[in-house]
Design a protein around this ligand. Structure first.
Ligand code: SF4
Length: 147
């Protein structure tokens, strides 16, 4: 039995920017019997529903920038990630929602400040913290393929 940190929207929590979810029945089937610890940095930091944000390449590194206000929203996401991983120190695996600027592991889109697409294989800010702590990480869509 593994202890798995997982994006809450994959488990059915309606915490996406538009108050929808990303329930993945096949993934849930594969995860039966595991200990699941859900997280959602954006819901915690900004509430739901909320404006979208994108991962932007800046001189300070990759940052999450509001599409509504242009505000840098990175720090609340990073703070949540640190608090989460400091609280849950026994995580065997991190499963992040693919393509999310917060949770995507190898699938987040990265833009420059003029919104030109630079990459589609970046790491969201919470997943980045998981990687930094050397927690094994995988995108949800990949987990379905390899398990
Ligand atoms: S992808 Fe991450 S931040 Fe976005 S709704 Fe799901 S858990 Fe929350």
């Amino acid at each position: 039995m593994k202890t798995i940190a997982i994006s809450a929207c994959l488990l059915g929590k309606k915490c996406r920017y538009d108050a929808s979810d990303n329930t993945n029945a096949i993934l849930l089937e594969k995860l039966q019997g595991e200990i699941l610890i859900p997280f959602c940095p954006e819901d915690d930091a900004f509430g739901t529903p909320r404006p979208t944000m994108d991962l932007i390449f800046t001189p300070m590194g990759n940052r999450t920038i509001s599409n509504q206000t242009g505000e840098d929203l990175s720090d609340p996401v990073i703070d949540y990630a640190n608090g989460f991983f400091n609280t849950h120190t026994n995580i065997d695996l991190f499963i992040g929602k693919d393509r999310s600027p917060s949770c995507g592991v190898c699938s987040a889109k990265l833009y420059d400040t003029k919104k030109t697409l630079l990459s589609e294989s970046e790491t969201g800010l919470m997943a980045k913290e998981a990687k930094r702590r050397e927690i094994p990480c995988i995108d949800a869509e990949k987990y379905g393929e390899v398990i």
